[in-house]
Design a protein around this ligand. Structure first.
Ligand code: F6R
Length: 606
C-alpha cells in the first residue's frame, strides 16, 4: 500500500525521493507527491498518477536537502490532487505523509473543525497535521506523545516541520517504517527496497517510538506509557543490488514468472542443508519435541498466500497426524478459534506486513500458540513476531500479482511436510532425483509459453470464466482464477469441480470458458466426468493435462500439456500455465499488469 520515503542530509533530496518512490511503486498506488523545504519555504508537488509524472514537475537540484515523498493507495477519499499526500496544516508549518488508517479520524476532525482548523482533503491523514498544529509546544517529544495518544488505528508517519529544518520525525504503529543511516544523511522509508541502493545500516523502530532524524544525531524515544530515550543499535544489511529494470521482459510479472525455476533450485539447495538422506532448514531451530507436542496446525493468510495455506491443508493432512485449519486472516478472529499452547500457528505472507495476518498472529500469540511464519522478508513485522521463520528466498517481487513467491510457498509447504515426517518418524519420502528435475521441467513449460499465449489471446474477449479442479488442485485453480481477475479484470470464478452441479453449472454456456487442471493424479477420473458435464453444456474447455494424454482430447477444446513426472509434484507444474494464461490475457487487453487497478502489493490496513 502507500509508500513513504524521507531524506535529510548533505545532498539534494529530490533525486533520492523520486528514486525511492520508484522502488516502492510495486506496493501499488494511485497518486504521488513530495514536500521539500527550500529557503525556509515548504514546497509541495503532487500528481494523480505515477511517479514518472511527479518527476516531470519537480526540479531535481534546487529543491532542498530535506524532504518527504509518498505514493498513495486511496482509502479515505478518491485519488485526487487534494487527497494526495503530503498534507499540510493551516499555517503551513507541518507536513505529513502517512501509511495506514486513522480509525477515529471523524471524531478528531469534528473536534479540530470546532477549533477552527480548515481541512483541504477528505483523508483521515489530514487530522494529524492539524493535531500537531493544535498541540505542538516547546518540548517536541512530549508534543508528539500527546498527538499520538489521540490516534487510533495504524500508521507510519513522516513529518517535516518548517521550524526545525534539520530534522524529520518518524513514528509508527502497526504499519512498517524503517530508518536508514548513511554518511551525513538519514533516510526513512516504508520498506528496505526504497533505500537499499544507498544504505547498509538500518534501524527498525517498534510501535509508538518517535525517531528524530537528524544526520548529526539520531534520537529515538519511547512514547508509550513512560517517556524515555532509547538506545537502539543499527542492524547491517548488505546493499542489495535490486535492479529496477525488467531484464528484457515487458513486465516484472513475466520476469518473475520466468525466475521460478531458479528460485526452486535455490530453495532445494541453498534453503536446506542435507545430511545423508535427511535435511534441515537453515537458521531454523525448533524446541525439542515441538512436533510431538502439538496436536493441531492453524494456518492464516490472505489472497495468494491463503491459497498456498489451503494447499498445505490438503498436502499435510494426507501424511501428517494433525488436523490442519486454514483461515483468511481477516476472518480468523470472528470464529473464536480454539487454539492453545499445543497449536502450531502458521502465518503465510510474502510481504510479512499484511495487517490482517499480523492481527491474527497477535491473537494466536495471546492464546499461547507457537508461531511459525513463511515470509519473503525476514525483517518484516510477521517474521519478527514469530518464534520460527522460513524465509522464501525469492528476491523482491515487484509485480503486484504474486507469482514466484507463491511457487516458493508451495516449495516450503512441501519441504516442511517432509521435515515434520522426518522429525516424527525418522524418515522423509523425498526422491531427490525427482526433486532436482522439477526446475528443469518448469523451464520446459516456460519455453512453450507461445502456445499458452495463443490460447490466452483466443479467449481474451470472454467476460466470464469458470475455473474448476479437485483435491490438491482445487486451491491451485482458485489461485489461477485470482490471477486472471486481478490483472485482466475479467470475472473468473474458482469452483470445486464437485460443487459445480450444486449451482455454478447454471452459468455455463458457449460463452463461458472453463479452465481446469486435469493432470494424471488421483483426481483424474472424477474431473474427467465433470468435464463431460461441461462439454454437454457447450462451454469451451481449456485443460492443463499431462503430456501424451490422448483421452483428454475428447473433452478439451484447448490443451496445455505439462511434462509427465512423479504425480506427487504436479502442483509445481500446473501453477505456471495458470499464471501465463492470466498474464497473456491481460497483455492482450493492454492492462497495467504490474500495477493493476485498485490493488496494493503490501496490504498494511485491515
Ligand atoms: C495476489 C496477491 C495478494 C496477496 C495478499 C497477501 O496476487 O498478491 O492476494 O497474496 O495480499 O499478501 P502477503 O502474502 O504479502 O500477506
Amino acid at each position: 500500500m502507500c509508500g513513504i520515503i524521507g531524506y535529510v542530509g548533505k545532498n539534494p533530496c529530490v533525486p533520492y525521493i523520486i528514486k525511492g518512490l520508484k522502488m516502492l511503486e510495486y506496493r501499488g498506488y494511485d497518486s504521488a507527491g513530495l514536500a521539500t523545504l527550500v529557503d525556509g519555504e515548504i514546497k509541495i508537488k503532487k500528481v494523480v498518477g505515477k511517479v514518472n509524472q511527479l518527476e516531470k514537475i519537480v526540479v531535481n537540484n534546487e529543491e532542498g536537502y530535506i524532504g518527504i515523498g509518498h505514493t498513495r493507495w486511496a482509502t479515505h477519499g478518491e485519488p485526487t490532487l487534494n487527497n494526495a499526500h503530503p498534507h499540510i496544516d493551516c499555517n503551513g508549518r507541518f507536513v505529513v505523509v502517512h501509511n495506514g488508517i486513522i480509525e477515529n479520524y471523524k471524531e478528531l476532525k469534528d473536534y479540530l473543525l470546532g477549533r477552527g482548523h480548515i481541512f483541504r482533503s477528505q483523508t483521515d491523514t489530514e487530522v494529524i497535521v492539524h493535531l500537531l498544529e493544535e498541540f505542538f509546544e516547546e518540548n517536541i517529544v512530549y508534543s508528539f506523545k500527546r498527538v499520538v495518544e489521540k490516534l487510533e488505528g495504524s500508521f507510519a508517519l513522516v513529518i517535516l516541520d518548517k521550524n526545525n529544518p534539520q530534522s524529520l520525525y518518524g513514528i509508527k504503529r502497526q504499519s512498517p517504517l524503517i530508518i536508514g543511516l548513511g554518511d551525513g544523511e538519514v533516510f526513512v522509508a516504508s520498506d528496505i527496497p526504497a533505500l537499499s541502493l544507498w544504505v547498509e545500516d538500518y534501524i527498525f523502530p517498534e510501535d509508538d517510538q518517535l525517531a528524530i532524524l537528524n544526520p548529526k544525531k539520531l534520537e529515538i524515544y519511547n512514547l508509550k506509557d513512560k517517556l524515555e530515550k532509547l538506545n537502539i543499535k543499527p542492524v547491517k544489511i548488505s546493499k542489495e543490488k535490486i535492479s529496477i529494470d525488467k531484464g528484457g521482459y515487458p513486465h516484472y510479472m513475466l520476469k518473475e514468472i520466468h525466475e521460478q525455476p531458479t528460485i526452486l533450485r535455490e530453495i532445494f539447495t541453498e534453503g536446506i542443508e542435507k545430511k545423508g538422506n535427511f535435511f534441515f532448514f537453515k537458521d531454523f531451530k525448533e524446541d525439542d519435541n515441538l512436533w510431538k507436542n502439538i496436536n493441531k496446525i492453524s494456518i492464516v493468510a490472505c489472497g495468494t498466500s491463503y491459497h498456498a495455506g489451503y494447499f498445505a491443508k490438503y498436502l499435510w493432512e494426507e501424511e501428517l497426524p494433525y488436523n490442519v485449519e486454514v483461515d483468511y486472516s481477516s476472518e480468523f478472529r470472528y470464529r473464536k478459534p480454539k487454539i492453545d499452547k499445543n497449536t502450531l500457528f502458521i502465518a503465510i505472507s510474502q510481504s510479512g506486513e499484511t495487517a490482517d495476518t499480523i492481527a491474527a498472529l497477535r491473537l494466536a500469540r495471546e492464546k499461547g500458540a507457537k508461531i511459525l511464519s513463511l515470509t519473503n522478508n525476514l525483517r518484516s513485522t510477521i517474521a519478527r513476531e514469530s518464534d520460527l521463520n522460513l524465509y522464501l528466498r525469492s528476491g523482491i517481487e515487484i509485480g503486484v500479482a504474486a507469482t514466484k513467491t507463491f511457487m516458493a510457498e508451495l516449495a516450503f509447504i512441501f519441504l516442511l511436510k517432509e521435515y515434520i515426517k522426518q522429525e516424527l518418524y525418522g524418515e522423509n519420502s523425498i526422491n531427490w532425483d525427482d526433486l532436482r528435475k522439477i526446475p528443469v521441467y518448469l523451464e520446459k513449460i516456460l519455453s512453450e509459453s507461445n502456445l499458452i499465449k495463443e490460447i490466452a489471446y483466443k479467449y481474451s474477449k470472454n467476460k466470464n470464466f469458470l475455473y474448476i479442479a479437485r483435491g490438491k488442485n482445487f486451491p491451485l485453480i482458485l489461485e489461477g482464477a485470482l490471477k486472471l481477475k486481478e490483472i485482466s479484470y475479467i470475472h473468473a470464478e474458482g469452483v470445486s469441480a464437485g460443487e459445480m452441479k450444486h449451482g455454478p453449472i447454471a452459468l455455463l454456456d458457449e460463452n463461458t470458458p472453463v479452465m481446469t487442471i486435469a493432470v494424471q493424479d488421483e483426481t483424474y477420473n472424477k474431473i474427467f466426468s465433470n468435464l463431460e458435464e461441461v462439454k454437454a453444456r457447450k462451454a469451451p474447455i481449456i485443460a492443463i493435462a499431462t503430456e501424451n494424454d490422448q483421452k483428454i482430447m475428447d473433452v478439451a477444446d484447448d490443451l496445455i500439456y505439462v511434462p509427465k513426472h512423479n504425480s506427487k509434484y504436479y502442483y509445481f507444474f500446473v501453477t505456471i500455465p495458470l499464471q501465463l494464461f492470466a498474464y497473456y490475457v491481460a497483455e492482450k487487453l493492454e492492462r497495467e499488469i504490474d500495477q493493476p487497478r485498485n490493488l496494493a502489493k503490501s496490504v498494511t490496513v485491515e
